[in-house]
Design a protein around this ligand. Structure first.
Ligand SMILES: *[C@@H]1O[C@H](CO)[C@@H](O)[C@H](O)[C@H]1NC(C)=O
Length: 277
């Protein structure tokens, strides 16, 4: 008998909670932020797990998700309720028109260089999970990233000092600089042509003058592919910071892959929390 009113009460409480959460998130603007990018609903669970994994490190910095038109209102509200600051962005057109249609908008990631309301942003792809605090990345310089296979910069985890000058310069060169991927990663490799020669960032040893680019240790962008090759991490497992599920269609939220990839277990702990709370 009393259950419909109680349900309504619970719903009202949830709504208040949601609003309060949004208000707090909007008010607590920080100078530095974690940022990710979402093009469609397919990766929403990925972003939620990433967000939970970042919050579990105890950070007080903003968590910003840039969403494009393909993301539904429902997903935006879920992310907001999780504590993400949801910012709508339009896709950045791809100058390499010969590429297949699915590559449209793959330059959009460059927009993080235009987030000038923040002094520094740590960007993480939606298919990464933070397993240990990465707050020390905010001390890295103007542009920091990982060097992966064949001496190339991987754009899955990056530290960026947003700058209108740099962003405008990139936009000016977007049609002329080659991109081996047909997207942002290839472009950034051309833009920061000397990246492979950058020194490795050491959080406890700041370099002066601050270099234009710095390399991050593999610990900040540990490839699951790397794990699969050797069936163990090629790095000290206790020191791992970020796991990157770079296996194309094989994403950790396809949980039937669990038997195949041990690191999926790491991903499933925050996921279970989100699904069952
Ligand atoms: C870059 O940021 C400025 C200031 O927020 C904004 O007016 C402009 O539209 C942005 N450019 C793009 C291409 O998103």
């Amino acid at each position: 008998m009393g259950s419909p009113p109680r349900l309504a009460f619970v719903a009202a409480l949830a709504a208040v909670g949601l609003l309060a959460g949004v208000a707090t998130a909007a008010a607590a603007a920080t100078e530095e932020a974690y940022v990710t990018l979402l093009y469609g609903d397919e990766f929403v669970l990925g972003v939620r797990v990433l967000g939970k994994s970042i919050r579990d490190t105890g950070t007080r910095r903003d968590l910003v998700v840039l969403v494009s038109d393909g993301v539904s209102d429902y997903s935006r509200k879920l992310l907001q309720a999780d504590g993400w600051i949801v910012k709508h962005i339009t896709l950045l057109a791809n100058p390499n028109q010969v590429r297949p249609k699915r590559f449209w908008g793959v330059y959009t990631k460059l927009k993080i260089f235009n987030m000038t309301s923040y002094r520094k942003v740590v960007y993480l792809d939606a298919d990464t999970v933070v397993v240990k605090s990465i707050e020390d990345l905010f001390k890295c310089g103007k542009f920091c990233g990982n060097l992966k296979h064949s001496e190339r910069m991987n754009s899955g985890v990056m530290v960026v000092e947003p700058s209108e000058t740099v962003f405008k310069d990139m936009m000016r060169q977007i049609d002329s600089l080659p991109s081996y991927t047909g997207g942002d990663q290839g472009f950034l490799n051309s833009y920061y042509a000397d990246f492979a020669n950058s020194h490795v960032y050491e959080p406890d040893k700041p370099s002066t003058p601050e270099p234009e680019t710095q390399r991050l240790s593999t610990l900040y962008n540990a490839d699951v592919g790397l794990y699969m090759l050797a069936n163990k991490w090629m790095v000290d497992e206790k020191e791992l910071r970020v796991i990157h599920y770079t296996l194309g269609p094989l994403k950790p939220w396809d949980w039937w892959t669990a038997w195949l990839v041990k690191p999926v277990g790491v991903w499933q702990i925050p996921m279970m929390f989100i699904l069952y709370n």
